[in-house]
Each structure stands twice: as C-alpha cells, then as structure tokens.
Design a protein around this ligand. Structure first.
Ligand SMILES: [Zn+2]
Length: 237
C-alpha cells in the first residue's frame, strides 16, 4: 500500500514537472521574441541593477549553452547564457535581473541566501548518497542478528543525510522567489521593459520559479519513501 501511494505521488510530481517544463519553454520563448522597450541589453541591466544596490566588483561573462545563467559568489561573476548575454529581449532582461538579484541578496547578507550557500556543496552529495545508506540499512538488517537494530540506525543516518538535500530545496524556493521579486521590482522602477511587457517578464520569472517548487516536491516524495523503507524493512525486531 505504501508503495502504491509512493508511485502515485511520484507520478503526479513527474507529470507536474513536464507541465512546468513546457510552460517554462513557452513563456521564455514568448519573451525572447520581444525586444525590450528600453532597448537595453541584459549586460547593461545587470550593471545598472548592481550599481543601484551598491554592489561592486562583479564581472559579467558569457557561459555558452542554454539556461546556464548563474551568479557565482566565489568568483564574483554573473554568467549569462547564449539567449541572455548581450541580448535585448524581455526574457534576457528578466533572467539577467534575476541573477543580479542573487548578487544583491549576497551583498545584503540575506539569511536564507547564506543558508542556501552553506548547504549547496553538501546537498548534491547528500541527495545521491542518502538513499544508498538507507538501502544499506535494509541489507544489514536482513543479515543482522534478531534483536539488533543496527539496520534501523543505519537507515536513520541515511535519512538524516538525505534531509540535508531536502533542506536545500526548501530554502532554495523562497531565495529564488525573492531574487525574481527583486528583478521584477527594478525592471518596473527603472523601465528596462515597457509597461505592457512587464506581464511577459513576470510570467517568465514565475515559470522559472516553478521548477524549484517541483524540485522540492520531488525531494519530499523521496524523503517520505526513504522513511517508509526504513520503517518497514529496518524495523527493530
Ligand atoms: Zn536564481
């Protein structure tokens, strides 16, 4: 029964992720064919936004590829993808302003942003290793002497490890929303896109934000599944 509930939840998240991906592509495409009303490029927008928030010492670089836009606090760089770097479309402006928003979060020492940065290096490893530790717990409990709860304990360790990844996605969602809100606010205030283009910019940012909600939901489903595995197989006997 547990497993069926898991399959249904995983299926729902999967279908949701397909819808979100399709919506993102659609919204990005719409805005990418629209030249921003201000005539400014994504690079100019990043520079203006950083200056407006007293952020200095950040360089902008081109990172070839699709959706490769990111802010690297370590390198002090904002990377912009093929569709963004030097481009003057509504989507390019929105994406660039969003990345600049991360640099502003960093400069202002926004708490959740700091937590995200702290969790980021561990989260990737934790999401891959955690499930294996839980499975190892199941194996161990199958071979352990009855009365031993070593398998259960190993399972718990795996769940704690995986929880770091879940926490990362949990923190990421409001951080991403906040960066988009900052981007939108400045886009409006500084007139980087015309008023009738604002709704397209917002739709693109929202669609991008939804991908983080999917990641969080998918991580929650995995976490619940791991708990069920530990409880059913690795239980104290
Ligand atoms: Zn972001």
């Amino acid at each position: 029964m547990d497993y069926i509930i898991y399959l249904v939840c995983a299926g729902i998240v999967f279908i949701w992720s397909l819808i979100v991906q399709a919506n993102l592509k659609n919204k990005m495409q719409k805005g990418s064919q629209m030249r921003a009303g201000s005539g400014k490029t994504a690079n100019q927008v990043v520079e203006e936004m950083l200056r407006a928030h007293d952020v200095y010492g950040i360089t902008i670089e081109h990172k070839p590829g699709n959706l490769t836009d990111c802010y690297s606090p370590k390198e002090g760089k904002i990377y912009l993808s093929d569709a963004t770097y030097g481009r003057d479309s509504v989507t390019a402006i929105a994406v660039a302003a969003h990345e600049a928003g991360h640099a502003v979060q960093d400069k202002e020492n926004m708490l959740l942003y700091e937590v995200r940065q702290l969790l980021a290096p561990a989260a990737g490893i934790a999401s891959r290793v955690g499930p294996y530790i839980v499975l190892a717990g199941v194996l161990v409990s199958a071979y352990a002497q009855s009365g031993s709860d070593i398998g259960y304990t190993i399972g718990t360790i795996g769940i704690v490890v995986y929880f770091i990844a879940f926490l990362f996605y949990l923190v990421m969602l409001p951080v991403e929303r906040n960066a988009s809100n900052r981007a939108f606010k400045d886009m409006k205030e500084f007139g980087w896109v015309s008023n009738d283009q604002l709704s397209f910019a917002r739709a693109a940012l929202r669609a991008a934000g939804d991908t983080y909600a999917v990641a969080l939901a998918s991580s929650a489903v995995t976490l619940i599944r791991l708990l069920a595995i530990r409880n059913s197989r690795g239980r104290r006997r």
